[in-house]
Design a protein around this ligand. Structure first.
Ligand SMILES: [Zn+2]
Length: 232
């Protein structure tokens, strides 16, 4: 697999994210952790990155728009705090799945166009590929310059029967280094959620490389076959 050269985004303090990223992450987390859980996470976040405590008050949340105003480190510090107060991987994946659902409520243009054709595609693999490409497309449109750099892209590995969702922005683990294994569980959940919404099935997704662990990209492997159906 060719990842491409490492981009100077993951540790760049000037990297900003759209308001809606934080807004949805807060919303999904509070919904799933409850208010007390959310408060505990935010207090922890304030010890990781002083100033985060301001988000305890919903009035200070970034609005659900796509203006680039949130330092990427706020986003990753929030997820780090969930981990540190004991949020397990499963819980973080669930938060990601929920943010994907919320994302679909305010769809980007590629996603919107895609969902209308999905029903005509035969089978899980093609639908999954289409939605992953649309997701990468919409994500890259948010950040000026990301498309030129091909910062996020989808590749196919026919031999291993999987798609590779390759993200060289490292936004979801922004500024975090020295991890021993991949840590972007919420992001993994968002990918699971997007594929599930497009296909009705839960895909197998594994993060095989992570910028927090020193890799050149966060790489998510999405299997051609679904794990189980949604009906169960
Ligand atoms: Zn990662």
């Amino acid at each position: 697999m060719i990842i491409g050269e490492k981009l100077d985004l993951h540790n760049n303090p000037k990297r900003l994210l759209p308001n809606v990223y934080l807004h949805q992450a807060f919303n999904a987390s509070r919904e799933l952790l409850g208010n007390d859980g959310f408060v505990a996470v935010m207090k922890r976040a304030d010890t990781i990155l002083p100033g985060m405590g301001r988000y305890l008050d919903e009035e200070n949340w970034p609005p659900a728009d796509t203006e680039l105003l949130v330092p990427a480190r706020h986003y990753s510090a929030f997820f780090q705090a969930i981990e540190e107060v004991g949020g397990g991987r499963a819980q973080m994946v669930t938060i990601g799945i929920r943010t994907a659902q919320m994302g679909f409520e305010g769809l980007g243009p590629a996603m919107k166009a895609t969902l209308s054709v999905l029903k005509r595609l035969p089978g899980f693999r093609w639908r999954a590929e289409t939605v992953l490409k649309a997701m990468a497309d919409d994500l890259m449109d948010v950040f000026p310059g990301d498309r030129e750099k091909q910062a996020i892209r989808v590749e196919t590995d026919d031999e291993r029967r999987l798609f590779l969702f390759i993200d060289r922005t490292g936004d979801s683990c922004h500024g975090r280094n020295g991890a021993h294994s991949p840590i972007c569980h919420v992001y993994r959940g968002a990918i699971i959620g997007a594929v599930k919404l497009a296909t009705g099935k839960i895909p197998n997704v594994r993060e095989s490389a992570c910028m927090a662990a020193g890799d050149d990209a966060c790489v998510f492997e999405v299997g051609f076959d679904a794990e189980e159906t949604d009906e169960t």
